[in-house]
Design a protein around this ligand. Sequence first.
Ligand SMILES: NC(=O)c1ccc[n+]([C@@H]2O[C@H](COP(=O)([O-])OP(=O)(O)OC[C@H]3O[C@@H](n4cnc5c(N)ncnc54)[C@H](O)[C@@H]3O)[C@@H](O)[C@H]2O)c1
Length: 310
Amino acid sequence: MKKSCIIYGGAGFIGSHIADDLLARNFKVTVFDKLNASRKNVEHILDKIDFIEGDFNNKVDINKSSKKADYVVHLVSSTLPANSNLNPFYDVESNLLSTLNLLESCVKNNIKKVIFISSGGTVYGNPLKLPIKEDHPTNPMSSYGIIKLSIEKYLGLYRNLKRLNYKILRFSNPFGERQNPKLRQGLITHLLYRIKNKMPIEIWGDGKTIRDYFYIKDGAKSVYKSIIDNSQNYIYNISSSKGLSINQILEKFRRILKLNFKVKYLESRRFDVSVNILDNRLAAKYLGWETETDFSTALKNTWRYILDYE
Ligand SMILES: NC(=O)c1ccc[n+]([C@@H]2O[C@H](COP(=O)([O-])OP(=O)(O)OC[C@H]3O[C@@H](n4cnc5c(N)ncnc54)[C@H](O)[C@@H]3O)[C@@H](O)[C@H]2O)c1
């Protein structure tokens, strides 16, 4: 019989790529997303998936939807790193409490494993050592990061108390097709969108902020690999392990994509760490997961997507 997986937040950027990957591996895929969420990212697979319209903040919706699944992927978030500090109460209520409801339902419905996409860019805080390993101290500087870390801790608690199995994938900075270019979370996609539309290119800080970027189609494969992983590791960094500054990215736009644009530098934001490069060797060793697509191919694919984006 086919294995089944429900993806909460599956109509979003990351979730839609996970849905593609699991379908290709012959999973029965259910996407759970908001009633008014756009179907654009999953339009091409709507005839192959079950789509459940529901609210992640509604206990009944969560319990009902997780009844028939073997595996659960959790991707819902109501906040971004940049806006989460504005209202931590809302962050706790909509993300943490609702996730606890999900975990309760998973226990009740005998879910085999929960895969949680956490944030390698925010849970660690300022790095003491680079590249950052999974056992590096965690000192998040935003409510967003605190919530991701709290969810991770509750997953550990539910495993100990209720035998709920799980894997945590700490994504660094995925980019590629279907990322919403109007949001500022995905730097590469957002900047390409602004360049295409001749909007000013504004950078917080001096452009020396370093991040670790990977192509989403590679990243999506880590979910299946963590589903079949029986090791005793519960947390994996998913990243390229290669740091690029914003200025280096802009240089790649000029060199690889032959783009011309001017840059305006603004004051840096207090919750941004200056460098974040994750060590991905644990994922390579135990999941057999590595980035496969070279940066320039991923960048060209993303630019093509932006050119078609309306
Ligand atoms: N994009 C990144 O750079 C990145 C990096 C690390 C971790 N993450 C985490 O991965 C997850 C997915 O990120 P993404 O970039 O795909 O985001 P996204 O916004 O594209 O997808 C999230 C999906 O969740 C749905 N959703 C939100 N609230 C809901 C609710 N109440 N009920 C039902 N559905 C709801 C949205 O409609 C959307 O389709 C998030 O938890 C995010 O914090 C993202």
